[in-house]
Design a binder for this molecule. Structure first.
Ligand SMILES: *Cc1c(COP(=O)(O)O)cnc(C)c1O
Length: 403
């Protein structure tokens, strides 16, 4: 029998052979439009810090204040140790921001999906996911034990068929069976948008529940920048709105916004909330400041700036593989196909002073590897010009770039 380490080395070799090996790259600077990486400064097109709040003085100051007042750690879970003021205040701010009765925060967006879906569903229920939802939703759906079905990405006919199936078939067997539809409003690896209005109409027709992950939309869409649900006027018809505080909000943590009874239920049943140490005060303090900033005129300006820079890229897009979809998106995928081509394209971009991640399986399907560019409010026009130049010079054809 192989030793433990020999066994793992063998598995890693196989990952390498498929062009799927990943490793951590040390960064010696704060997250921002420039990164210090391996002794070099690179322009950063990898970050989900869309509004440039992660290193904003207001968020840093709020984090410091929270540490000064409430300490570095949170001591335990909130049910056990009491719910600290920074957590309570953050949830009040979130509910007010989203216009919902209540909000509940978790330590990450990942933990939010895991706790929420497994609390709501069991083996007699049905969960229906868009093909391209985030891994945390897939994992949560599997863990819930509910019957799992997947509809083709943004395909309303496919969704309607599955809702019909769930309505007729599963209810005959289990009259109390519930159906939950889960989608994202802006998809994390493609930047395109879900047809939320139509999905809301459909789920209502079949009496299903809807959970929408606004991880890449919160802080960016709608007049009050609550997200796509606000922009489309469907917030009140969505049972569960979730998201992360780690992207446009600039801090860290996850949240659910919805009815008071939903939040009370999750406090009683969401295991990733109950059995986990509460977020540190600094994270909750910074997130609250992030929410305030997003809603301010500065937040509006930052959002406009990011969208304007992204549209420069879309307009000038003559780069093959670049998705023309979703013009008002800060996520720009350049689909390369082969895993190894994506890796060499990312290397070439680094050589030109640009940090762009190569996204491969299992984050996206095999054979749809890509560069994933994210544009933020803190990029400059010069950065965009440099990016465009580098993209145009990239050879994205079938010939391997590294040969
Ligand atoms: C990033 C992301 C999450 C996870 O949020 P974290 O706070 O990073 O754990 C969940 N859903 C989607 C769509 C995401 O992009």
């Amino acid at each position: 029998m192989l030793s433990f380490n020999a066994e793992l080395r063998l598995r890693l070799d196989s990952i390498r052979q498929q062009g799927l090996f990943r490793e951590l790259r040390g960064v010696d600077s704060a997250q921002g439009p420039r990164l210090q990486l391996g002794g070099r400064e690179l322009i950063n097109f990898s970050s989900n810090d869309y509004l440039g709040l992660a290193n904003h003085p207001a968020l840093k100051e709020a984090a410091i204040q929270s540490v000064e007042r409430y300490g570095a750690g949170s001591g335990g879970s909130r049910l056990l140790c009491g719910s600290l003021a920074p957590h309570q205040e953050l949830e009040a701010a979130l509910a007010a921001f989203k216009g919902t009765e209540a909000a509940l925060t978790f330590s990450t967006g990942y933990a939010t999906a895991l706790g929420t879906i497994t609390a709501l569903l069991g083996k007699d229920d049905v969960v229906i996911l868009d093909k391209l939802v985030h891994a945390c939703i897939v994992d949560a759906a599997r863990l819930s034990g509910a019957q799992l079905r997947v509809f083709k990405h943004n395909d309303l006919n496919d969704l309607a068929d599955l809702l019909q199936w769930a309505d007729s078939k599963s209810r005959i067997k289990h009259p109390a069976s519930r159906t939950l539809v889960v989608t994202e409003s802006v998809f994390s690896m493609d930047g395109d948008h879900a047809p939320l209005k139509e999905i809301v109409t459909l789920k209502e027709k079949y009496g299903a529940w809807l959970m929408v992950d606004e991880a890449h939309a919160t802080g960016l869409y709608g007049i009050q920048r609550r997200g796509r649900a606000e922009e489309l006027g469907v917030s009140e018809r969505i049972e569960i709105q979730m998201g992360t505080l780690g992207k446009a909000i600039g801090a860290s943590g996850g949240y659910v916004c919805g009815s008071r009874v939903l939040v009370d239920f999750l406090v009683n049943r969401a295991r990733s909330f109950i059995f986990s140490t509460a977020p540190v005060p600094a994270a909750s303090g910074a997130a609250k400041a992030g929410i305030r900033l997003v809603q301010s005129s500065e937040g509006d300006q930052r959002k406009r700036q990011a969208m304007r820079l992204a549209s420069l890229l879309q307009q000038a897009a003559t780069v093959s593989g670049m998705s023309p979809a979703a013009p008002d998106s800060l996520i720009v995928p350049i689909v390369v196909g082969e895993e190894s081509n994506a890796v060499s394209a990312a290397t070439e971009m680094r050589e030109r002073g640009l940090f762009v991640p190569a996204i491969r399986y299992p984050t996206v399907a095999r054979g749809s590897a890509r560069l994933r560019l994210t544009i933020t409010a803190t990029h400059s026009e010069a950065d965009m010009a440099k990016l465009l130049g580098a993209l145009k010079a990239l050879d994205l054809g079938t010939s391997p770039l590294d040969s």
